[in-house]
Design a protein around this ligand. Structure first.
Ligand SMILES: CC(=O)CC(=O)O
Length: 247
């Protein structure tokens, strides 16, 4: 392999790359998002400086089903995030994500610093209930349920689209060959070319079970604020460094 060939490889293994270069387009990506009030100390402990919690101690737990994702295929994902601010701008900080497909785990960590680990999330409609579950090492650690299409947001799809375009932030940590930090950054990105096929609000419940290697319950549920179901297309662009902890 020549130097040029090596530098043209989009990812490792160079001989059989895990993921291609972008753009990464997601078609008919379906979400169950349960927003809830959590414990302020737990929230603060999970949020890296200089991000600040938004008023209300809000976190959300979400399931995503991605049937058609360029470069990544068909997979499902689940995890938690915190409603925060970066220099006064509203943003969502991703705390942990669990999914069942290697290329988006690897690409997500290597490019944008998504906090991804392997787990088995499932999102489906069971009779009258939109139902999400997450299994980690064969144990069920999360279940979310929401009423199915009770309140359509057909009249406010522009606001839904605007919300999806908000700033998202990850903490990217990559060690050097000697184990010391090589990359320690807050990475920001905004989803582009968003198309909303449908969105619904409704009653929801969320059950999180403590597990030491899958700490979804470490942001405990104090009060459910809202359930949101939505089906959208978008492009995930490359990110930008908002803050460099090594600078
Ligand atoms: C590749 C990614 O990180 C995107 C996703 O799985 O949400």
């Amino acid at each position: 392999m020549t130097r040029d060939e090596i530098l043209r490889a989009p990812s490792m293994p160079a001989f059989s790359p895990s993921y291609p270069r972008g753009p990464y387009r997601f078609v008919r990506r379906e979400y169950l998002i349960i927003t809830y009030e959590t414990d302020p100390d737990a929230l603060r402990a999970a949020l890296p400086e200089p991000l600040e919690p938004a008023p209300g101690n809000l976190a959300f737990y979400e399931w995503m089903k991605m049937p058609d994702s360029s470069g990544f295929g068909d997979y499902e994902e689940s995890g938690s995030a915190i409603v925060a601010t970066y220099k006064g701008q509203p943003c969502n900080f991703s705390v942990q994500m669990y999914l069942d497909d290697e290329p988006p785990i690897t690409a997500g960590r290597e490019i944008w610093g998504f906090p991804k680990k392997y787990g088995i999330p499932r999102l489906s409609v069971k009779k009258d209930t939109l139902t999400g579950t997450l299994h980690y090492d064969d144990e069920r650690v999360a279940m979310g349920t929401m009423t199915y299409k009770h309140r359509s947001l057909e009249d406010s799809l522009d606001a839904v689209r605007e919300g999806i375009g908000h700033l998202n932030v990850n903490l990217k940590l990559i060690p050097d060959v000697d184990g010391s930090p090589k990359v320690a950054q807050l990475v920001g990105y905004r989803l582009r070319d968003v198309v909303v096929h449908g969105a619904w609000d409704g009653e929801a419940r969320l059950h999180l079970i403590p597990h030491v290697n899958c700490r979804v319950a470490d942001l405990p549920v104090r009060r459910i604020v809202r359930g949101r179901h939505q089906i959208v297309d978008f492009t995930l662009p490359y990110g930008e460094v908002l803050h460099d902890y090594l600078a």
